[in-house]
Design a protein around this ligand. Structure first.
Ligand code: FAD
Ligand code: NAG
Ligand code: NAG
Ligand code: NAG
Ligand code: NAG
Ligand code: NAG
Length: 554
């Protein structure tokens, strides 16, 4: 933009500001000046009029503001009217726009940024604030939806994926180039590559190949000064921190370079449902007790997770349904041999087993009907799983014994729509050192459990009932889950574990240990050390961002 015009606009804005009332001044100032600053800084885009619609800037007055805001806000609890909203949404078109966003946010008074790739954060940290609306500082949402190129190179056995791509798009692009390559990350295909991999990223290939973060070989990131760094220029400490340390603490991930993994031409899936019936609790429990003994020890080509929910029936006859959902890297014959040798209680039959390609198994696991075209993974839009929800996670080193299960079912059946997902560990997860990446939940774990409760409307009394139930369940499971610390998965973010209270000040390291040690164990301190060296001003801040180490501590 011509610098004369820039100057005139600035004066014009100052004029507007001087006649507006005090409470709206800063927000309006940000809405007006931020786009102009970005345009000037990145020299690639000129916003016509930032208070109305424009390709890349959406103020609260823009007609498409709500559509853009809600499009990938996955937890309706976090996008409801009572939650704080961004004063401006910016959807960068290039890496230099992202750099400019950082430079301008600092230049215009340390404006707080929220970073969104796929919008699946459990507490909506990528698009709202969990602080009270009245206490939440104004923030600008940087939504990376337009940065979603994926380049796959089979000769290099690698892919570059931009942060705004979904994990499903990455899977699809790989499958278009080869039927025997895949990538080990999330099961839900709508997850954003940007947020997902930086928190770990597990899926059906994890027992064989580890997490998404374990298979990152390079990254491009915009740091707190607005510089673009890659693995070489960021150094191994920061490269370590972004592979599991959770999103929004160290910089803005622009793209990941990931290593592809081998998958066979034919994989096999099954879904076997068993009822833990009111009358015959023992029978149903037996299978789940056995699963807890074998799921982490069985052949690492086999991943069997258990989805647990109440049966659809009224309160009196309601019982527990355990759904064993599996992926096997091989054919049905071998799968039957493996399962019948290690886990005969499941009673797996030939008819339960379905052979398909790896990319078809990706669709199968999300629940697409058979023969859906994999190109469906390119569709951008709200996920079918979107609802109001609250979740927590736990890790288990020991099986939960039968009396423990019965106590669990009692609490479980008190809730209207609870879900649990138990994910098997073992395999390569046990062979990766706890300190190799910030993600510490490795050797010795039998499974991870996730607890969810969902509801259908923005109703405060319903919400507090659901929270109350979740706390009861979590309290109960504390008797069986890992202790000292009781571990939790950062990608299943839970602000009830504790949160940063303010952006400035140095008390937050102590606060941060409450959740930081659960998410990262001993790695938490190293993360804080990296944070102190790459972002000492705590520019990248959110309710559970990694805090700066207090002075004198190292
Ligand atoms: C329906 C559903 C299914 C899920 N299934 C799985 C699963 O199978 N396996 C699994 O491991 N996890 C799963 N998750 C959890 C998921 O991995 C996390 O929610 C993850 O953080 C989502 O990443 P995102 O980019 O979609 O989210 P976002 O909400 O966009 O971001 C998540 C966090 O990362 C930060 N962030 C976002 N983009 C960037 C960026 N470019 N640079 C730096 N920080 C950034 C945000 O500030 C936020 O704190 C699931 C979640 C949901 C809601
Ligand atoms: C932007 O457009 C609105 C509505 O058309 C108009 O009222 C406002 O003056 C314009 N602002 C600038 C800076 O041009
Ligand atoms: C993908 O490849 C194109 C063409 O070579 C290149 O311009 C682009 O930067 C690449 N994108 C990524 C994310 O690597
Ligand atoms: C089950 O009971 C609870 C409380 O006792 C009630 O609120 C709920 O509506 C009942 N659900 C069904 C499906 O009958
Ligand atoms: C919220 O839900 C409760 C219980 O279902 C109901 O009694 C109440 O009317 C609802 N409140 C609103 C505002 O919808
Ligand atoms: C803002 C804040 O909490 N400052 C504290 C930082 O730590 C020093 C020394 O521990 C305290 O004296 C400050 O009050």
């Amino acid at each position: 933009m011509d610098s004369h015009i820039f100057l005139l606009l600035t004066l014009y804005i100052l004029l507007i500001l001087s006649i507006s009332n005090a409470s709206t001044i800063s927000n309006q100032k940000i809405q007006e000046s931020f786009p102009i600053c970005v345009a000037k800084q990145s020299k690639t885009l000129i916003p016509q009029n930032s208070t109305t619609t424009n390709n890349n800037f959406f103020t609260t007055k823009s007609p498409s503001y709500t559509t853009i805001f809600e499009s990938t806000a996955q937890n309706l609890r976090c996008s409801s009217p009572s939650m704080p909203k961004p004063i401006l949404i910016f959807t960068p078109l290039s890496e230099s726009h992202v750099q400019a966003a950082v430079v301008c946010a600092r230049a215009l008074g340390n404006i707080q940024l929220r970073l969104r790739s796929g919008g699946h954060d459990y507490e909506g940290i990528s698009y709202t604030s969990q602080l009270l609306k009245s206490q939440s500082p104004p923030f600008v949402l940087i939504d990376l939806r337009n940065l979603r190129t994926v380049n796959v190179s089979i000769p290099e056995n690698a892919a570059w994926a931009q942060a705004g791509a979904t994990i499903g798009e990455l899977y699809y692009r790989i499958s278009q180039k080869s039927r025997t390559h895949g990538f080990p990350a999330g099961i839900c295909t709508g997850l954003g590559v940007g947020g997902h991999i930086t928190g770990g990223g597990y899926g059906a290939l994890m027992r064989k190949y580890g997490l998404g973060a374990d298979n990152v070989i390079d990254a491009r990131i915009v740091d707190a000064k607005g510089n673009i760094l890659d693995r070489k220029t960021m150094g191994e400490d920061l490269f370590w921190a972004i592979r599991g340390g959770g999103g929004g603490s160290f910089g803005i991930i622009l793209a990941w370079k990931v290593r592809l993994v081998k998958v066979p031409l034919i994989v096999t899936v099954f879904t076997v449902s068993k009822t833990v019936d009111q009358q015959d609790r023992q029978g149903g429990n037996k299978i789940l007790e056995k699963w807890q003994k074998v799921a982490d020890k069985i052949d690492e080509n086999l991943f069997i997770r258990v989805i647990i929910q109440p049966t659809n029936a009224d309160n009196n006859t309601r019982s527990i349904q355990t759904i064993y959902s599996a992926l096997f890297l091989g054919g049905a014959k071998k799968l039957l041999e493996t399962t019948n040798a290690g886990f005969p209680e499941l009673g797996l039959t030939k008819d339960d087993c379905v052979e398909m390609s790896w990319i078809e198994s990706v669709l199968y696991s999300v629940g697409y009907p058979r023969n859906t075209s994999p190109a469906v993974l390119l569709q951008v839009g709200p996920s079918p799983f979107r609802n109001y929800f609250k979740a927590k996670s736990d890790f288990f080193k020991q099986p939960i014994p039968e009396n423990g299960l019965n106590g669990l079912w009692k609490i479980f059946l008190e809730e209207e729509s609870p879900i649990m997902i138990w994910t098997p560990y073992g395999g390569i997860m046990s062979r990766i050192q706890e300190t190799e990446t910030p993600f510490p939940h490795r050797n010795g774990f039998v499974f991870m459990a996730q607890y969810l409760t969902t509801w259908r409307s923005d109703n405060a009394s319903v919400r507090s009932e659901r929270y109350g139930w979740m706390r009861r369940l979590y309290g109960y499971m504390g008797g069986y889950a890992s202790k000292f610390p009781r571990e939790a998965y950062v990608n299943y973010r839970d602000v009830e574990l504790g949160m940063n209270r303010g952006r400035l000040g140095n008390t937050s390291f102590v606060d941060g240990q409450k959740w930081g040690v659960k998410y990262f164990k001993g790695n938490f301190k190293r993360l804080a050390r990296v944070k102190s060296s790459v972002d000492p001003d705590n520019f990248f801040w959110h309710e559970q961002s990694i805090p700066v180490l207090p002075l004198g501590m190292s």
